[in-house]
Design a protein around this ligand. Sequence first.
Ligand code: SF4
Length: 420
Amino acid sequence: MGEYHRKGFGLKETVKPMLEAAYASRVVDLLRMKGYQITRGGLTVRLAKEFGFCYGVERAVDMAYQTRHRYPDKRIFITNEIIHNQSVNKSLRDMGFLFLSGGYNNGETYSDITKDDVVILPAFGAPVKEIEILKEKNCILVDTTCGAVVKVWTSVEKYARDQYTSIIHGKYNHEETIATSSRAGARYLIVRDLDEADYVCEYILGNGNREHFLAKFAKAFSANFDPDKDLGLLGLANQTTMLSTESMEIGTRLRGAFMKKYGPDETKQRFRSFDTICSATQDRQDAVNAMMQTPPELMIVIGGYNSSNTTHLAEIGHHRSVPSYHIDDAGCMISRSQIRNLPVGAHTEIMSENWMPQKETLTIGVTAGASTPNNKIGDTILRLFDLWGEDTRELIAEIERLGPVTPVPASVDDHEHDEH
Ligand code: SF4
């Protein structure tokens, strides 16, 4: 194995101006200074008190920039998107980073890697097999896997050692869950939501059909998984970015099925769980829930369409009957009548009509997923005022009177940031 780096390269101060130029926003700074709310001409924009870049993403992006400076003449690969945000991945591609998979892959493969290359592991980690291949290459590895993800791996590795089947609340095709399941040993099953968890509960209670089970979860279990043998000892883990209320309810229902089948004493031996939702995901969900105590008239949620935590933020308003639009960036707001957005539960972007009501006053809630940089949030807020018909020059002048921008990333240092 070649060099392995899990911490930065002591270049935090060197890359800080570049990160600020690329991702900071004075609009967001202004919102923070004004108590997360501003009103102009009848439009009130409320920003959730926790939003945007989480510590794991800040760290991953910071380390990528540091890596570029540390190795200016080397090829730098990333095994996948570093985080789920188009603008960040595009910036890295423009800086010469090469992607081994995902939407920014230009045909590069693992066979292209030599010992002289640098390979970055993204914030959501990489599967065991990929890391083994990279170790054999003797290349330089820069591991930005978030400490909160490593914590989930520790749970499933322990389940595997104790011969428990890991039941993972997550999306079978999400990079983090793929990486987690690769550490779950011989047996795992991935459930996406409450309906799938209920289905498993019924099977545990003897009310299922084996063939139907195997077909339903065909892409979501380990090789040779046998629902008749492998659901007797279960350890629950979560993809870190799932809806926390749903994860907790899944744990409650599975435990309930075990209680019915085995009784309380045996359930203690047979069913284990750890809450592995990360604190950043939890904080962002809590902030939207707090906002919903006095609900805005509509919600704008900014983030990549493949960002799990962003889709769950959009669900919170939607479930409270607040019209919620998950957008990729400000450019999705075509006009006051048209907005491109990803509806809750859908996989394809649509165009919605008449999304910004014509009325005297309006309150819009705004939040952003953990991989959304502040500049994307600031652009969105300015665009909202622009579409409302407000002259944004006064707002921009007020912003320009602010002092220096809040440093971004604000909390990254050169040390690994473990949980959290
Ligand atoms: S969302 Fe959570 S687990 Fe994922 S990178 Fe951010 S802090 Fe880490």
